[in-house]
Design a protein around this ligand. Structure first.
Ligand code: PEP
Ligand code: MN
Length: 263
């Protein structure tokens, strides 16, 4: 059902202020984690002014170490809803467990399935049964065909608002946190009607590499980008080293617009 042979025209996914696919390039920006109301509202206002069309922020964080910050949970979801009220930006946030889907759906416009959960099939079925768009991230060790099959779990439950996300894969290269294959966009556009979003933050793991990868993603026709942005990256509770500060994000957006309008 994700195949272009079944549906040749590209799918446009809409969720509040966010439009992704069929010529629309969505920009999802915000911190890795929601840390406080001030932090999320300040970031939401700044990324909106810079041109973002949706706000990201994790309230349930799937951390590699159980000793790392795990997120503010429902308190964080409420802060995201406040930021949406203040800015009008759609909220994109991760759900890590089937039993949390209803709760997260109460506050979110887009349910993010994280890389670690791409093959959590019960969770995929659960988000397939709610009326919320889904951003499905590629697992770092999953093939593109496995990503497409994961998407089918969601589509088959009746939810047609699925966006695919390339967020980098595990390779032998250790200079970057993951390796970001931008060719995934072109390949997926040939195979599927679903929109493709690039995550240059997790894809590189270094803030210094993120702006160019945002511009490159737009240049090759990605349907969206999801970018980690923090008012004070050095103080961030997660992924500060790959987060853009507010001025750098605004500058990056200008470069993206120049590329998008160049044709
Ligand atoms: C995130 O978006 O902060 C995140 C945890 O991403 P991923 O699942 O791609 O690692
Ligand atoms: Mn992160």
């Amino acid at each position: 059902v994700a195949s272009r042979e079944v549906k040749p025209e590209p799918t446009l996914v809409k969720a509040g202020s966010l439009e992704v696919g069929n010529g629309k390039c969505g920009v999802i920006a915000g911190p890795c984690s929601v840390e406080s109301e001030d932090q999320i509202v300040e970031t939401a206002k700044a990324v909106k002014a810079a041109g973002a069309t949706a706000l990201r922020g994790g309230a349930f964080k799937p951390r590699t170490s159980p000793y790392s910050f795990q997120g503010l949970k429902e308190e964080g979801l409420k802060m995201l809803a406040t930021a949406r009220e203040e800015t009008g930006l759609a909220v994109v946030t991760e759900v890590v467990a089937s039993e949390d889907v209803q709760l997260v759906a109460k506050y979110a416009d887009v349910l993010q399935i994280g890389a670690r959960n791409m093959q959590n099939y019960r969770l995929l079925e659960e988000v397939g049964r709610v009326d919320r768009a889904v951003l499905l991230k590629r697992g770092p060790s999953a093939t593109i065909d496995e990503l497409l099959l994961a998407a089918e779990y969601i589509l088959n439950e009746g939810n047609s608002r699925v966006m695919l996300c390339e967020r980098g894969i595990r390779t032998f290269e250790s200079h970057t946190r993951f390796t970001l294959p931008l060719a995934t966009v072109t390949y997926l556009h040939q195979k599927t009607h679903l929109p493709v979003v690039i995550d240059p933050s997790h894809g590189t793991g270094h803030a210094a590499l993120v702006p160019d990868m945002c511009v490159a993603a737009v240049a090759i026709g990605a349907d969206g980008i999801i970018v980690e942005v923090h008012p004070e990256p050095d103080e961030a509770m997660s992924d500060g080293y790959q987060s853009l500060d507010l001025p750098t994000f605004a500058e990056t957006m200008k470069r993206c617009r120049a590329v998008a309008n160049a044709v």
